[in-house]
Ligand binder design. Structure first.
Ligand SMILES: [Zn+2]
Length: 132
């Protein structure tokens, strides 16, 4: 996978991917649980929904809302194995390695971190760079 910054910049240029943002409810949840709990949820979701060689309902396994990590998965093209292959050239039909899972979690948390820092408004790649 590309570096987190490269990936986020590429994603910011996609109209579909950059259309996702944390809702007020997502933010409240984030604040209530704290980053470490959210990171653990991200690790669990990635392991359950993305890591298996043949994930259950692949392509439809990630809800569009209901958890900040779900939003992050869509916004970063880590929502299913098809998107993961298209965006990051991770082959389908084999289990994700520990390193790949960690890279995905890192990207998800980076997206969430930028969203939280931006206070909910849309951020472009340029602004995201400045926000780091
Ligand atoms: Zn997908």
């Amino acid at each position: 996978m590309a570096t987190v910054n490269e990936a986020l910049d590429r994603l910011a240029r996609s109209r579909f991917r950059s259309g996702f943002s944390l809702s007020r409810k997502d933010r409240a949840y984030l604040e209530e649980k704290g980053e470490e709990v959210i990171r653990r949820h991200a690790i669990d979701f990635v392991r359950q929904k993305l890591a298996p060689a043949e994930p259950l309902h692949d392509g439809r396994q990630t809800p569009m809302s209901g958890h900040p990590v779900f939003k992050a998965m869509h916004a970063t093209a880590c929502c299913c194995r098809g998107c993961l292959e298209k965006w990051y050239h991770v082959p389908q039909h084999r289990e994700l390695t520990e390193e790949e899972q960690e890279a995905v979690v890192k990207l998800l948390m980076a997206w969430i971190g930028r969203q939280a820092a931006a206070g909910g408004k849309q951020i472009t790649g340029k602004e995201a760079e400045d926000a780091v």
